[in-house]
Design a protein. Structure first.
Lengths: 336, 139
């Protein structure tokens, strides 16, 4: 934890305290910046308790929804998938499955977490999952998905899955949603919570104005492609910059198109979405990515989303709603 | 010369006969009057029933008149609506033609338009300091 004291421009009294915490959660760095307006003696206790609540929330979400943890609830549920058995799940996992199914319906199947067998087939392995006993593959090589819902309710708190799921992205979005709620519960009005590139912001930074968020250069450059304003809400990115690998002499990545069972998003390297809720921003960033370069502009504009995307030639494009939140663009400033 | 003798008994006989007839006629008339009075008394309830039926018929007839008038008004309104509907259908048909034309024009538009490069940016020239970076997961 680091304690940084800053002052607003022009202000001479009541310096605002800026505190920063850092850890790791769900396979990514977890960073929290918070601004405390009051300068009470127990300010550090409050901040530390809030940070502890955030970490506890992420740990609980990881134990519920991470496919990389062998003992997680979703790993156990995935092992039971398709066998007809139902198991009791926690509130977090139940909500994650419910929102995933709603997202699947809303996006007409473009967002569908039932791609775990395809990920494992392509070599992105998580917890133990008996792929050898999985259903046969379809013509395109992907695992055929049932037409019905991805979750079946079986009594009080009990669910069963027809097919295993990957809740990685939406799990982190929900962890951010619930952790931000914890910070608000502790009375933290201004904060920026960053979970490996997916963010939630509230209030203002210590120097005032909006929180500034850089848009990573998906082609690999170290400088951001643009800078966005994030006053209150979420910013999430679906990108293949890090999670891509080679299988049978072809490059694949982790963003699987449910329609084909193969890596999707032709023509795109990354999609960023800003919205009020991190879980839904995550859903839409992945959905827009899977729409591909040919369809992303129409879909994002039709939905009124604030979305930025990087095409495979490194060009940054954005919707009108995104333009309103953009402070700086490298290519327009002559620096890109 | 002797005067012819008048038959007085005949006159008496005629007088008596006329008297008897008059008495008989008076009796018959009295009996008829009594009978007619009784008949009239017997007919009073029937006449009252007839009067009530007549009054009910009048009420029914008035209702039928009102219903006929309402029906006539409804039929008139229906005719008016029918004429309006025809007009609306004609307008919808025209609108469908316009929509079809717009769709055709929209289909003929290119999916992407190359805009001229903006030479003067509205964003800041120097990059502002950032508090975080949104990026691919796993970093």
């Amino acid at each position: 934890m680091s304690l940084v004291e800053t002052r607003q421009p022009g202000a001479t009294l009541h310096p605002r305290r800026h505190l920063a915490f850092e850890s790791r959660a769900m396979g990514s760095p977890l960073r929290l910046s918070m601004v405390l307006a009051s300068d009470t003696p127990d300010i550090l206790d409050t901040a530390t308790s809030a940070w502890l609540a955030v970490r506890n929330e992420f740990e609980a979400c990881e134990l519920a929804m991470s496919r990389f943890v062998d003992t997680s609830e979703v790993s156990e549920l995935n092992r039971q998938a398709g066998a007809g058995g139902s198991i009791a799940v926690s509130r977090r996992l139940r909500q994650a499955l419910a929102i995933s199914d709603r997202a699947r319906r809303l996006t007409r199947g473009r967002f569908d977490p039932r791609v775990l067998r395809d990920l494992e087939r392509l070599g992105d392995r998580g917890a133990t999952l008996d792929v050898a006993s999985s259903p046969g593959t379809s013509d395109h090589g992907g695992t055929p998905r049932p037409a019905g819902p991805l979750i079946e309710l079986a009594g009080e708190g009990q669910v069963q899955l027809p097919q295993p799921v990957d809740l990685g992205g939406i799990g982190k979005g929900l962890a951010l949603r619930w952790a931000a709620a914890e910070l608000v519960r502790f009375g933290i009005a201004s904060f920026l919570l960053d979970a490996g590139g997916d963010l939630v912001a509230r209030g203002e930074p210590p120097e005032g104005g909006p929180w500034r968020v850089g848009l990573e250069d998906a082609t690999g450059g170290s400088e951001p492609l643009a800078v966005l304003d994030a006053r209150s809400g979420a910013v999430t990115t679906s990108s293949i910059r890090r999670r891509h690998w080679t299988v049978a002499e072809r490059t694949v990545h982790h963003l699987i198109d449910p329609a084909t069972g193969e890596p999707g998003g032709d023509g795109l390297l990354a999609v960023t979405v800003a919205g009020p809720d991190p879980a839904w921003s995550e859903i839409w960033s992945k959905t827009l990515f899977l729409a591909g370069g040919a369809a992303i502009a129409g879909l994002a504009r039709a939905r009124g989303l604030a979305a930025w995307w990087v095409t495979d030639d490194g060009t940054l494009e954005m919707t009108a709603a995104a333009r309103l939140r953009t402070t700086w663009v490298a290519s327009e400033a002559g620096g890109g | 010369m002797t005067e012819p003798r008048r038959p007085l008994h005949l006159a008496v006989f005629l007088g008596l006969s006329a008297g008897a007839y008059a008495v008989s006629l008076a009796g018959v008339t009295a009996l008829q009057a009594q009978s007619e009075a009784a008949v009239l008394v017997d007919r009073v309830p029937t006449a009252q029933a007839i009067a009530e039926i007549t009054a009910g018929h009048d009420v029914l007839e008035a209702s039928a008149d009102r219903a006929a008038a309402a029906y006539a008004r409804a039929a008139g309104a229906y005719d008016t609506v029918g004429r309006t509907m025809v007009d609306v259908e004609a307008r919808l048909s025209g609108l469908a033609d316009v929509v079809g034309a717009i769709e055709g024009a929209a289909r003929s538009l290119p999916s992407r338009v190359a805009l001229p490069r903006v030479t003067r940016a509205v964003t800041a020239v120097t990059r502002p300091a950032v508090h975080a970076t949104t990026a691919a997961s796993g970093g």
